[in-house]
Design a protein around this ligand. Structure first.
Ligand SMILES: CC(C)[C@H](C(=O)O)[C@@H](O)C(=O)O
Ligand code: SF4
Length: 467
């Protein structure tokens, strides 16, 4: 057999049928469902009098619309309350496992899947959510789907797909202190651009990727979609296997041994063909801050806001001017001179225990700058418990942060946590689009340590000056 990539292998193992035009039917092992993209899908099933094909392979959780404040009080916004109630009703009507807002296991869908061992290496995973690519960190083929596809998967446990091309992103070398997985992926997106990954599944390899923690790998794969890629993948290794040992839904006994034996085959063959390759030198990476309204608008924290007039392409030049205007910035402004009024630490990009540890290390014994609103929002109830067991919540609260209940929170303005017009945030989330965190809100994407440092200083600072 010709040498194959990791993507080729998982694809081949799930292929149900191929049409002459190249359209394929893939078997789906795991289906994660949240409240935003599922109501019409369940309604479709109801209208067609269909059941869910594989209830045991389907897991529901509420995340985008939940309040991150006291949950003994109902959700104030009627639309959000309705979406949450609808998911609960669909779970009951279709007999599906559901983590509601009072369940310890509740959290952002891409945080809770791996935590429960629902996500597993070598599986195909879908969710009506673009950041499903997160699960690729474990060597799962995971991608976002639309609502009509959610209905199709609920009904058939399969998905119509055509095969993507293979891209390899190699990050070799050692990351300098203060440079994190978030900076790695922002640098990659800066290199590829938001369309550079279009039509590809990206496999991340190289010594710097292998050295990343599981949480860091999830951060990298999470943002694959921001480079336009269908999915991101990292081959499972000993860290991956250790991560799943003892997880509630992970296999046990002989099934565990068989699974591990299979996972160990999940790597690209030596001579496997990649249609494109990008290489980065980890040692040259710096802490990054985004300056614009696209995740590709990256600059080193030591740098300045770029000058769009230096861009040759007229359309691109105009769009970057528009971004600067929206962001209220001028070319040449030093990044460390940009004052922020809001800090958000959380989301499926950076809402895991390691992220709160990194942020707490920066804020410990320091105080949030007067006038800055700082939110620390755990990615799940279990992350929250773990952080509290380690006393991190106390560190955040003592410094002047608000310590919240788990959910998507200020990652996007679908709940009460949002920016007001003109407000500017340092955010650990993954998108800085116009209005993403609230109407006319201005978002700068950074790592958890950089966000924490900005909360203390009231403006961006080079975290390397603090560590
Ligand atoms: C609401 C949902 C469909 C959306 C997504 O697909 O990613 C959201 O999670 C986001 O991050 O923008
Ligand atoms: S945390 Fe943000 S990126 Fe992740 S699923 Fe929620 S809204 Fe989407």
């Amino acid at each position: 057999m010709a040498p194959r990539t990791l993507y080729d292998k998982i694809w081949d193992d799930h292929l149900v049928a191929t049409q002459p035009d190249g359209t394929c039917l893939l078997y789906i092992d795991r289906h994660l469902v949240h409240e935003v993209t599922s109501p019409q899908a369940f309604e479709g099933l109801r209208l067609a009098h269909r059941a869910v094909r594989a209830p045991g392979k389907t897991l529901l959780v509420v995340d985008h619309n939940v309040q991150t404040t006291d949950r003994s009080v109902g959700i104030a916004d009627p639309e959000s309350a309705l979406q949450v109630a609808t998911l609960a009703r669909n779970a009951a009507d279709f007999g599906l496992e559901y983590y509601n807002e009072h369940d310890k296991r509740q959290g952002v869908v891409h945080v809770i899947g791996p935590e429960q061992g629902f996500t597993l290496p070598g599986t195909t995973i879908v969710c009506g959510d673009s950041h499903t690519s997160t699960h690729g960190a474990f060597g799962a083929l995971a991608h976002g789907i639309g609502t009509s596809e959610v209905e199709h998967v609920l009904a058939t446990q399969t998905l119509v797909q055509s095969k993507a091309k293979n891209m390899r992103v190699v990050v070799d070398g050692e990351l300098p202190d203060g440079v994190t997985a978030k900076d790695v992926v922002l640098a990659i997106i800066g290199e590829l651009g938001t369309a550079g990954g279009t039509g590809y599944v990206i496999e991340y390899t190289g010594s710097a990727i292998r050295a990343l923690s599981i949480e860091g790998r999830m951060t990298v794969c999470n943002m694959s979609i921001e480079a336009g890629a269908r999915a991101g993948l990292i081959a499972p290794d000993d860290k991956t296997i250790a991560y799943f040992q003892g997880r509630p839904k992970a296999p046990t006994g002989a099934a565990w041994d068989a699974a591990v034996a299979y996972w160990q085959t999940l790597r690209s063959d030596d001579d496997a063909h990649f249609d494109a390759e990008v290489r980065l030198d980890a040692a040259r990476l710096t802490p990054i801050v985004t300056w614009g309204t696209s995740p590709e608008d990256v600059v080193a924290v030591t740098g300045v806001v770029p000058d769009p007039d230096l861009i040759a392409d007229e359309g691109k030049r105009a769009s970057k001017w528009r971004a600067l205007d929206y962001m209220g910035l001028k070319p040449g402004q030093k990044i460390t001179d940009i004052a922020i009024d809001t800090v958000f630490i959380g989301s499926c990009t950076n809402g895991r225990i390691e992220d709160f540890r990194a942020a707490a290390k920066v804020v410990e014994g320091r105080t949030v700058k007067a006038g800055v609103r700082a939110l620390a929002v755990p990615g799940s109830g279990l992350v929250k418990d773990q952080a509290e067991a380690e006393g991190l919540d106390k560190i955040f609260v003592a410094a002047g942060f608000e310590w919240r209940e788990p959910g998507c929170s200020m990652c996007l303005a679908m709940n009460a946590d949002r920016l007001s017009p003109g407000e500017r945030s340092a955010s650990t989330s993954n998108r800085n689009f116009e209005g993403r965190q609230g109407f006319k809100g201005r978002t700068h994407l950074v790592s958890p340590a950089m966000a924490a440092a900005a909360a203390i200083a009231g403006h961006f600072v080079d975290i390397r000056d603090l560590v």
